[in-house]
Design a protein around this ligand. Structure first.
Ligand code: FAD
Length: 405
């Protein structure tokens, strides 16, 4: 009899299992991982790994001994294909059946596929796993003209890496600015300027209507208005989709991910979800959200682990995200959707500043460029629900830490 079964061995699943153990959960733990690679860090895949500045070995999340030391049986290269929640069982692709008393679904998300003519051509790539990254790195070596579809985080990071490798890069973005849903307009503008200075071309307000092949390989892309751009490599980064099909088939409540409470519990006793695949209510977003970030996966995984060990502590972390593009470190704390005012602190021209984003007078998010100090203090302010006035925020001599006292 298995105590805990965890589906997915990445940030959320591993954190849940290790936390449960550390908090005293004593039953057997089995973790099923579809990927054959031992658990690894994903963020460097679009950054240092593409530039050959970090090896596959250095990407590993943990020393293998951590699993045996914590009596966690890690099964790599197997896939859960069904959950029978009434019987308390999961079925693996190889046919094995595992009983569970507690189940954590930490299946993450996958890249959204582009649905246009020619999308299946060789040379049209996505980036999610280490296998995708190794393939993309090899292709980047030979590519001359690269088109990135989507000016989101992954697209822009790949654009930055490809430009550093001396490639001709064009980013196609359907919206009118970069990272429209994640950062304030001024941050979008600074990022755009930096990409353009690095030689990256960006086309806004247009979408790819077809990929054109030559002998089965992509040779060009066609835009909505009929314009063609040469491309021997296309990287599609148009967002992620929750891997919630197993949960849906098991009859769990899913709306843009598996619906969970502040302890990562689904409505089915003993079944939890965390990370990219889960949807939770966030007081910071004032709504239900599905987040795709390392911090979220780990913190929500921790809440799940504590709940499994009957040591409940609600998940209430301020959302945080980072992205490295060229020499800019972008950090975001909070959730800026529906913000109605943005105030700048610091010097944009010096390349070190933050945009303080307000919603109805309340500070809801801060986007910083090369400014980790602002991030540290504003994380605490947002967590405590303290809003500096816009005048205080804009005044670099105002000590924001003093507002915490
Ligand atoms: P995942 O890391 O997606 O892991 C889920 C695992 O479950 C996968 O290994 C999957 O194969 C496995 N799985 C799925 N279904 C099954 C099944 N049926 N049976 C068995 N196993 C299964 N976040 C940041 O905060 N900052 C960054 O700079 C950043 N950069 C990123 C760059 C890239 C290229 C990518 C892809 C992501 C980046 N992210 C970044 C996002 C971050 O990596 C994710 O939010 C995080 O990995 C989510 O962790 P997770 O444990 O929820 O799921």
């Amino acid at each position: 009899m298995n105590g805990l079964v965890v589906i997915g061995a990445s940030y959320a699943g591993i954190q849940a299992a290790l936390t449960a153990r550390a908090a005293g959960y004593a039953e057997p733990v089995t973790m099923i991982a579809e990927e054959r690679a031992p658990p690894y860090q994903r963020p460097p895949l679009s950054k240092d790994f593409l530039l050959d500045e970090i090896s596959a070995q250095a990407l590993l999340m943990h020393d293998e001994a951590i699993f045996s030391d914590n009596r966690i049986e890690l099964c790599l290269g197997d896939r859960v294909v069904g959950i029978d929640r009434t019987a308390g069982r999961v079925v693996l692709a190889g046919g094995a059946v595992l009983d569970f008393e507690r189940l954590v679904i930490a299946t993450g998300s996958r890249a959204r596929r582009i649905a246009v003519r020619g999308a299946e051509l060789d040379g049209v790539c996505y980036l999610r796993s280490i296998a995708d990254a190794a393939d993309l790195k090899a292709r980047l070596g030979h590519a001359r003209e690269i088109v990135i579809v989507g000016g989101g985080f992954i697209g822009l990071e790949v654009a930055s890496s490809a430009a550093r490798l001396g490639k001709k890069v064009t980013v196609i973005e359907a919206a009118s600015r970069l990272l429209e849903r994640a950062v304030s307009p001024v941050v979008s503008r600074v990022l755009l300027d930096r990409h353009v200075r690095a030689g990256v071309a960006v086309k806004f307000g247009t979408a790819v209507s077809a990929m054109i092949g030559d002998g089965g390989r992509v040779a060009a892309i066609e835009l909505n208005e009929g314009v063609r751009l040469g491309a021997d490599l296309v990287v599609v980064g148009i967002g992620g989709i929750a891997n919630d099909e197993l949960a849906i088939a098991a009859g769990l409540d899913c709306t843009n991910g598996i619906v969970v409470d502040e302890h990562g519990r689904t409505a089915c006793p003993g079944i939890y979800a965390a990370g990219d695949c889960a949807n939770h209510y966030s007081r910071f977003a004032e709504g239900w959200i599905r987040l795709e970030s390392v911090q979220h996966a780990q913190d929500q995984g921790r809440a799940v682990g504590l709940a499994i060990a009957e040591s409940h502590e609600p998940y209430d972390s301020v959302p945080r995200f980072w992205s490295d593009q060229h020499d800019l470190k972008l950090q975001i704390v909070g959730h800026s959707a529906r913000s109605d005012r943005s105030v700048i602190r610091g010097a944009i021209e010096a390349g070190r500043f933050s945009a303080f984003n307000y919603r109805q007078g309340k500070l809801v998010a801060v986007d910083s460029i090369n400014n980790p100090t602002d991030q540290m203090v504003t994380r605490r302010l947002i967590a405590a629900g303290i809003s500096p006035t816009p005048e205080q925020a804009a005044d670099s001599s105002c000590d924001l830490k003093s507002l915490l006292k």
